[in-house]
Design a protein around this ligand. Structure first.
Ligand SMILES: Nc1ncnc2c1ncn2[C@@H]1O[C@H](COP(=O)(O)OP(=O)(O)O)[C@@H](O)[C@H]1O
Ligand SMILES: O=C(CO)[C@@H](O)[C@H](O)COP(=O)(O)O
Length: 587
């Protein structure tokens, strides 16, 4: 009986599951879409919001239902769980789940005849014991912790010092400021909390049948972990929990094992009895969705991943730890001595969808969710909106329907023309006549401008991390496109034009979801590695370039790449204007 491995991705809008064979080839994949399948939770795009306080959150109860559902869907496709030797997974980063004092007993005593939801959630009227001390988990899009972030940033004498110690300056979504706010806003619920999980370790806990440790990569999304010394940063714990609460918070968070491949133990009997997993199936640490994504590809120096999910992220694996308040460094999820470099944008998929919807809305025949018109419009618009690059100004914009992380700025849309080192604001369409400035037809010119803007921002911030490629100027060796937007050829084309890529732009040809795939690979490595075998060696030995990845298009285009290089200056000026105008409202 051939061994198989299972990987999960619990992200903003979906729970995905992928099964791979021991040669890492894809066997099955299935997903649960929260808005489509679990709309009864009242969520939109996977989350609930309380705009008056900037809160964005999701109910873990919904995720419990999604776990049973995704397993049923994998089974319906023919998956035989008795072949699964190991499970790992990934969760959207930073979210916390608050477990009650009954959690361990409930997790350890699950009855295979009932659903997870029936047994772990206290019922709508709280008539049963609940595994949760609070019914919601803050989502990474939450922006309610401004005051707490200010305290974190000054705690170590400034954002740079915090970034050096923990890999990032304080961010609204990071678990430390979130726990501090939870402690202040719900002191009773905090007191009633026995353990705190991240979304990743929450998912691992369900499969393990007890609260699982937090992962060594994902722990870096908290502003609480001292990266260089590999331990909790006590001064920061004291900030979140009060001086007298440090030991208590430490025990709520638990120990963080250094080995990202070391088994937590065997699967809970619930899954053995209900789904026929072997009782020997091992639970390998579950990590964050971004750290897991970098495990789906054999990344070399200067390779970059552009992940187009709900958020847009830009990821690299590097031995250099060069923290800066503008971006994030995290421990690599499998390999000591390597780090994950990350840029994370809140205005990713949903901002692109706004423009897609506006363009489709002007056509009587377009399917409202189709990307065809958006794609046609963006590729037929000239580079930077310049029909004649010698005489026309560049169109440069920022499209942030939500407050943005990179740069830290309040929500807004900015459109500028750039020529002779000078920016000229494009007047907004007249409210009375609805007529717009001819230099920037809205929404059509926005289609190309938003893609250019998103990729210019990535290029600007990663230019010091990429090396010269042979005769070519410093740029990525390869750009890998992953996440929901990676199927879109127009987006890949624009990524190539702006970012370059000496060896081209690629996407995964095996399984649509890099993050869940990375988790399945991690499970395979955790169970199957030989003594001391690194994840990189394990992956390299099984990597099948021809069937695992597909080249979408050439990367570097001489002349075009240089024109975007010239646009960077104007782009930085637009960012400065946006911050001056709306304020640095963090994110
Ligand atoms: N053909 C497409 N072109 C562009 N974007 C797409 C396309 N298909 C899906 N997407 C985008 O992918 C996003 C979801 O990506 P996914 O990686 O599944 O999300 P998450 O992991 O955050 O739940 C959606 O917000 C949608 O905008
Ligand atoms: O906040 C971050 C990373 O810091 C986000 O990237 C989340 O991890 C959510 O990711 P997706 O749902 O977009 O995959």
């Amino acid at each position: 009986m051939a061994d198989q491995y299972l990987g999960f991705d619990l992200s903003t809008q979906q729970l995905k599951g992928i099964i791979v064979h021991s040669d890492l080839k894809l066997a099955y994949e299935a997903k649960v879409d929260f808005d489509v399948d679990l709309a009864k939770y009242g969520i939109s795009k996977g989350v609930l919001t309380n705009p008056s306080e900037g809160e964005v959150f999701a109910p873990p109860a919904m995720w419990l239902e999604a776990i049973d559902l995704v397993l049923q869907r994998l089974e319906a496709q023919g998956a035989d769980f008795s072949k699964i030797k190991g499970i790992s997974g990934a969760g959207m980063q930073h979210g916390t789940v608050f477990w009650s004092r009954d959690a361990e007993a409930l997790l350890g005593g699950l009855d295979a005849g009932k659903t997870l939801l029936e047994q772990l959630e206290g019922g709508s009227k709280g008539e049963k014991k609940s595994a949760f001390s609070h019914p919601f988990s803050p989502n990474w899009q939450d922006a309610s912790t401004q005051k707490q972030c200010e305290r974190f940033d000054v705690a170590l004498r400034g954002p740079m010092q915090l970034a050096i110690a923990t890999g990032s300056k304080a961010h609204h979504r990071f678990s430390g400021p979130q726990i501090m706010r939870f402690h202040q806003k719900y002191p009773e619920a905090y007191k009633a909390t026995s353990r705190i999980s991240l979304v990743s370790s929450f998912l691992a806990s369900i499969f393990l049948g007890q609260v699982a440790p937090i992962d060594i990569g994902d722990v870096c999304g908290a502003n609480l972990w001292d990266i260089k010394n590999g331990r909790w940063y006590e001064d920061l714990l004291a900030l979140a929990a009060g001086d007298k609460g440090v030991d208590d918070l430490k025990s709520k968070l638990g120990n963080v094992p250094e080995d990202g491949g070391g088994s937590f133990g065997a699967i809970a009997s619930y899954f053995v009895n209900r789904y026929n997993f072997p009782s020997s199936c091992q639970i390998i640490p579950f990590t964050g969705d971004n750290p897991s994504t970098i495990l789906a590809l054999p990344l070399r120096s200067s390779d970059a991943i552009v992940s187009l999910g709900t958020s847009t992220t830009f990821l690299m694996s590097t031995p250099q730890y060069k923290p800066d308040p503008a971006y994030h460094f995290m421990n690599h999820p499998t390999t000591p001595g390597l780090y994950m470099f990350m840029l994370c944008y809140k205005n990713g998929g949903l901002a692109r969808e706004h423009i897609r919807d506006a363009i489709n809305g002007l056509s009587s025949s377009a399917d409202s969710k189709s990307w065809n018109l958006f794609n046609e419009t963006s590729t037929s618009t000239p580079i930077l909106g310049q029909k004649d690059p010698n005489s026309d100004p560049m169109r440069l914009g920022l499209f942030f329907p939500r407050p943005e992380i990179v740069p830290s700025v309040k929500a807004g849309i900015w459109r500028y023309l750039f020529a002779n080192n000078t920016l000229t604001a494009v007047p907004p369409p007249s409210a009375q006549t609805k007529t717009e400035d001819k230099s920037w037809p809205i929404p059509h010119a926005d289609a190309r401008a938003i893609l250019e803007s998103q990729f210019l921002s990535l290029r600007l911030r990663s230019q010091n991390l990429v090396e010269k490629q042979g005769e070519l100027p410093p740029q990525p060796r390869r750009v890998y496109m992953v996440g929901g937007g990676a199927v879109n050829p127009a987006i890949a084309e624009l990524a190539a034009e702006v970012l370059g890529g000496a060896d081209g732009v690629y996407k995964l040809d095996i399984g649509g979801n890099a993050c869940a795939l990375g988790a399945a690979y991690k499970a395979a490595w955790g169970v199957g590695r030989k003594d001391g075998e690194s994840f990189e060696d394990f992956l390299e030995a099984r990597w099948n370039e021809k069937t695992f990845v597909q080249k979408i298009c050439e990367g570097y285009r001489k002349g075009t790449w240089e024109r975007y290089g010239e646009a960077l200056k104007g782009f930085e000026m637009v960012e400065t204007k946006a911050i001056e105008e709306k304020g640095e409202g963090r994110e």
